[in-house]
Design a protein around this ligand. Structure first.
Ligand SMILES: Cc1ncc(COP(=O)(O)O)c(C=O)c1O
Length: 381
């Protein structure tokens, strides 16, 4: 099987990840932070080691401002619902994943939060001016994706953050497609909150992710309950990170995430990006040269994501043929990005091919050849 659905979850994982998960289960499967015995302490140490590795990778001085979550969706919900209050106004873009769009629309309906959606179409637009024009007195937050999970295009987050800061509004970034692939120095960047997955470019297992929160940002926890500390109190403590990590954490997953980050540190972000870019360029050039295929970006995108539509064919059908006949795994449909597909006018969705670090040039050639054959077959249907 050729796996080209890395934008959903990277696979395979680097060597060491599954060993770290197994070790956490087999050797210290106790409950971290909930007991003073040696096994609980070892489990807690493992979690803190991963937090420190993340802090080094992301340029964060105090690891306690990195909160572990189950995935990006959990982190985004925590940021959105932990800040916005009735009467607030929030600005998002039309590139947002449903992990942002749905919670803000839910707040619009349930909590009288006003929502403005800005659509600059592609990455050449002047996003900063377009978003700035929508700021009002009541605007509390700007939320933008960093890189599109449909087209692989990137937004200028440093510039957007400066603009938000100038207006005194909070800036939340969805880094689902960029964390572990692009370089961040979060403490120095004008970003107040950043949600990230552990299971994509950070190479951790599913069930991992997190939220970075600047020290001075007032955040209400999404969940209340067992934090393992201050057990004598019925009030939720607001100390970071524990006040925001209620319930038993995913120790094996976080141990695996630590091994994924070790791999990135050893290999180098630059080398990972270079290889993925090479594959992306090959893929974009190959697909856009096929008759009957329309690639959704006019140039090879910055992120390893190339999506296309095919004349006379439904995306799901194309993906099913790739899966069943060619043993190639891609993702078709709307990619949990309803607003983006509306903007692209891809009423039937698209087929997304997303290479990862462990894919080869030969595999990219194989998918291009397969798509060419399928397009030729549909032409004569
Ligand atoms: C841009 C973007 N945001 C959010 C998510 C949700 O991520 P998770 O599956 O980690 O919740 C994804 C997942 O594909 C994504 O691409």
């Amino acid at each position: 099987m050729i796996y080209l659905d890395n934008a959903a979850s990277t696979w395979p994982k680097p060597p060491g990840v599954s060993d770290a998960v197994k070790k956490a289960i087999d050797e210290f499967g106790a409950n971290p932070g909930r007991g003073g015995h040696q096994l609980a302490v070892k489990a807690a140490q493992t979690i803190e080691e991963t937090r420190e590795k993340l802090a080094r990778l992301f340029g964060v001085r105090d690891p306690n401002h990195l909160l572990f979550c189950q995935n990006t969706t959990h982190a985004l919900n925590m940021a959105i619902k932990g800040i916005l209050k009735p009467g607030d106004h929030v600005i998002i873009t039309a590139w947002e994943h449903n992990a942002v769009a749905r919670p803000v629309y839910w707040l619009e309906k349930e909590a009288k939060v006003e929502v403005t959606v800005v659509d600059g179409k592609d990455e050449r637009a002047d996003w900063t001016s377009l978003l700035e024009e929508q700021i009002r007195k009541k605007t509390r937050m700007l939320i933008t994706i960093h890189g599109s999970n449909v087209t692989g295009e990137v937004l200028p987050i440093a510039e957007l953050g400066e603009m938000a800061k100038k207006h005194g509004i909070l800036y939340l970034v969805d880094a689902a497609q960029t964390a572990g692939l692009l370089s961040f120095h979060l403490d120095e960047m004008p970003i107040d909150l950043l949600a990230f997955p552990g299971h994509k470019s950070l190479f951790g297992p599913q069930g991992t992710g997190g939220l970075y929160v600047k020290p001075d940002v007032p955040l209400q926890p999404l969940l209340q309950g067992g934090t393992g500390n201050r057990s004598e109190e019925v009030e939720q403590p607001l100390e970071r990170p524990y006040g925001y990590e209620s319930g038993t954490p995913n120790t094996p997953g976080i141990a695996g995430l630590g091994a994924g980050i070790d791999f990135i540190m050893k290999t180098g972000l630059r080398e990972i990006y270079r290889h993925e870019q090479e594959l992306t360029r090959q893929l974009w050039e190959g697909l856009q040269a096929i008759e009957g295929v329309t690639v959704l970006t006019s140039a090879a995108p910055a992120l390893p994501i190339v999506s296309f539509t095919m004349e006379n064919a439904d995306g799901i059908e194309v993906a099913t043929i790739l899966d069943q006949h060619y043993q190639i795994a891609v993702r078709a449909g709307f990619h949990c990005a309803a607003l983006k597909h509306r903007s692209l006018k891809t009423e039937h969705g698209a087929v997304r091919v997303s290479p990862g670090y462990f894919n080869t040039k030969e595999q990219i050639t194989a998918v291009i050849d397969a798509v060419r054959e399928i397009a030729a077959a549909f032409k004569y249907e």
